[in-house]
Design a protein around this ligand. Structure first.
Ligand SMILES: Cc1ncc(COP(=O)(O)O)c(C=O)c1O
Length: 302
């Protein structure tokens, strides 16, 4: 018999299939929720959640941006995540905390409306099936959300409509994923991933000024690269730099480190996973699985 899976909902563990909300729930209708995506990895000492404190802090910041009351502290949410992974008996998994207006009403005013926090933890493998060989991308004709329109540092459900339309459009044109430019035409990010360029043994990645989500994987890779003496530039990136890159890859909790071998029908570098990508990918999985003790404080064992 498969093991019963639970979700954490407002302080209690309940069976997943019993965790239901009414169809008119505000955040379901209007996208007014905020969420996080976190991975846990199987390590030599059992399952460990990767940088849970950083994810929970970003979660609480997303809520604060929208003045959304969340009744749980960083400590309570972090503990709930670890306990849930353990209770569900998961080794390597994806954890999805979600804060939402748990109130079935028509209308946009959320003043005084009830909020809930749910956390789900599910088995999860590679986000891209062809991750190891590298993926093919196209630059989307959809632009990344501008922070004058929606706050991009809030990981809010509604933001992901921009991601979904760009990703679906890319896939319908035969690509694996989209790359979005910011409103000015500089490279921003993927629909759910940050992007890195390797050129002349340097790492280049769009800066905060390109309205990217400041990814925790991005931060981890910058720290890993710097610890190995690799130069990292965070700056505005021109579209054509995608075409002249030696190597290119996405980073993200779901995508981990995914090589990009083609952009707009043009081969990136040698058209295969490059040496710097391989070094960083191995180093990232070493840190995430506890094999590399240098970054052991990123792991919380369940
Ligand atoms: C739009 C967007 N950019 C970047 C990322 C990568 O962020 P992280 O590495 O924290 O998962 C994500 C995923 O959360 C995302 O949704």
């Amino acid at each position: 018999m498969p093991k019963t899976q639970y979700v954490w909902l407002d302080g209690n563990f309940i069976e997943s299939e019993k965790a239901m909300v009414p169809i008119l729930t505000h955040s379901l209708q209007y996208g007014s929720g905020i969420f996080e995506g976190i991975r846990a990895y199987s390590t030599g000492k059992g399952a460990a959640v990767f940088r849970p404190g950083d994810h929970v802090r970003r979660f609480l910041r997303s809520a604060r941006i929208y003045s959304m009351p969340v009744s749980y502290s960083e400590k309570e949410l972090t503990s709930a995540i670890l306990r849930l992974v353990k209770k569900n008996g998961l080794k390597s998994c994806y954890v999805r905390p979600f804060a939402f207006y748990n109130d079935a009403h028509i209308g946009l005013d959320v003043t005084g409306k009830k909020t809930s926090v749910a956390i789900a933890a599910v088995d999860f493998g590679s986000y891209f099936g062809n991750k190891d060989k590298g993926i093919k991308c196209i630059v989307s004709s959809w632009r990344r959300i501008d922070s004058q329109i929606l706050p991009v540092q809030a990981k809010a459900s509604g933001n992901y409509l921009n991601s979904i339309i760009a990703s679906h459009d890319a896939r319908s044109k035969g690509a694996d994923e989209a790359i979005l430019l910011d409103i000015r035409g500089f490279v921003a990010e993927g629909p759910g991933e940050n992007i890195f360029i390797v050129r002349d043994n340097k790492l280049i990645t769009p800066s905060e000024s390109s309205d990217i989500l400041l990814g925790i994987t991005r931060d981890s890779l910058i720290k890993i690269a710097e610890s190995r003496g690799i130069t990292v530039e965070e700056r505005e990136v021109h579209r054509e730099e995608l075409y002249t890159a030696d190597e290119l890859f996405f980073s993200g909790t779901a995508a981990e480190l995914t090589p990009i071998i083609e952009v707009d029908g043009r081969r990136v570098g040698a058209g295969k996973v490059g040496p710097m990508t391989k070094i960083l990918s191995d180093a990232y999985s070493g840190a995430a699985t506890g094999a590399d003790s240098e970054f052991s404080d990123w792991l919380a064992y369940v």
